[in-house]
Design a protein around this ligand. Structure first.
Ligand code: ZN
Length: 309
């Protein structure tokens, strides 16, 4: 396989660039940054294709990256079709359909599987923003399902010296079942956070503070509730202070979107910050998203208050 050494060096350069992007943007890398590509042998190469999910560099038999985007429509109703079919062990990545099962794109993933080459998985968390998973490996070719089974690996080191990318990446997580589930949970949480913060234009719904470092996506109905889906109308963008109070039911929201302090909290006195953050908020309206379909569901709010007793 005379193409392998060069492929390995190219992969190392691509991975180093994606690690750099992760440091800059965490799990919400803008497409505009991914589209800049990476430099290898003095030339710019794409990291991914805008139009295609599966990307192999020109002249390389094996895919370098795969991508899942958030659909424009029904974005709030669990768009991750591939994910829904995934199980504990494998993440499903659908075949490219056009041109049949044996088209060039699918062949490039089979080549990655045959040589156990590490790939990058750009996983859409919101429109034009991606979490990057790396490395991932093609573990199975599920012809009956028209999908590949993908498993996450473990990033052992981010430095690279050209040909040593295998040594850096080949160790997979010790329990892959656990790893695939963990990864999926992290990705869904990240997607929820990005979508909720976007809906609220990166402000706390209660105090308007607007620094992402202090903002979180709160669940109205918790994850474990049967209706506690990670969708925007089951979320509130809250700063860490208000999120803490909300999670403890010290502060709540009425059906008409007013802030309601728990009597226990309303009785307390603790200086100016407490006064401004809590006492003066009582009865005020939430800062709501522009889009009505993003407003908190009154049904969920009612159910939440019922659960709190
Ligand atoms: Zn706040």
């Amino acid at each position: 396989m005379d193409w392998l050494p060069r492929d390995t060096a190219l992969r190392a350069a691509a991975f180093a660039e994606v690690v750099r992007l992760q440091r800059l943007y965490a799990d919400a890398i803008p497409w505009s940054a991914i589209a800049q590509g990476f430099v290898f042998e003095g030339k710019a190469h794409p990291l991914s294709s805008k139009a295609e999910g599966i990307y192999a560099p020109a002249g390389h038999p094996a895919a370098l990256s795969i991508k899942t985007t958030v659909p424009r429509k029904n974005r709030d109703t669990n768009p991750y079709v591939d994910e829904l079919r995934s199980d504990e062990r494998l993440m499903r990545y659908a075949y490219k359909e056009k041109g049949g099962s044996d088209n060039a794109a699918n062949r490039s993933l089979r080549a990655a599987q045959a040589h156990q080459l590490p790939l990058i998985y750009f996983w859409g968390v919101a429109e034009a923003r991606y979490a990057a998973l790396l490395p991932v490996y093609v573990e199975a070719d599920l012809a009956d399902e028209w999908a590949f089974g993908i498993v996450p690996g473990e990033l052992l080191a981010t430095a690279h010296s050209g040909t040593h990318v295998h040594a850096l990446f080949e160790s997979r997580a010790p329990d892959r079942r656990y790893a695939a589930r963990e990864v999926r949970v992290r990705l869904h949480q990240q997607a929820f956070r990005v979508q909720v913060l976007d809906a609220y234009e990166h402000h706390c719904a209660m105090c308007s503070i607007k620094f992402d470092e202090f903002l979180e996506a709160a669940h109205i109905l918790p994850d474990k509730h049967e209706r506690g889906a990670p969708v925007v109308n089951n979320g509130l963008a809250l700063c860490t202070l208000h999120h803490g109070a909300f999670d403890r039911h010290l502060i709540d929201v009425s059906d008409d979107y007013r802030i309601v302090l728990h009597p226990e909290l309303a009785r307390r006195r603790d200086g100016n910050i407490f006064q401004a953050a809590f006492l003066e908020r009582d009865g005020q309206l939430l800062h709501l998203p522009r889009r009505v379909e993003h407003h908190p569901s009154p049904v969920f709010l009612r159910e939440r208050r019922r659960l709190a007793g």
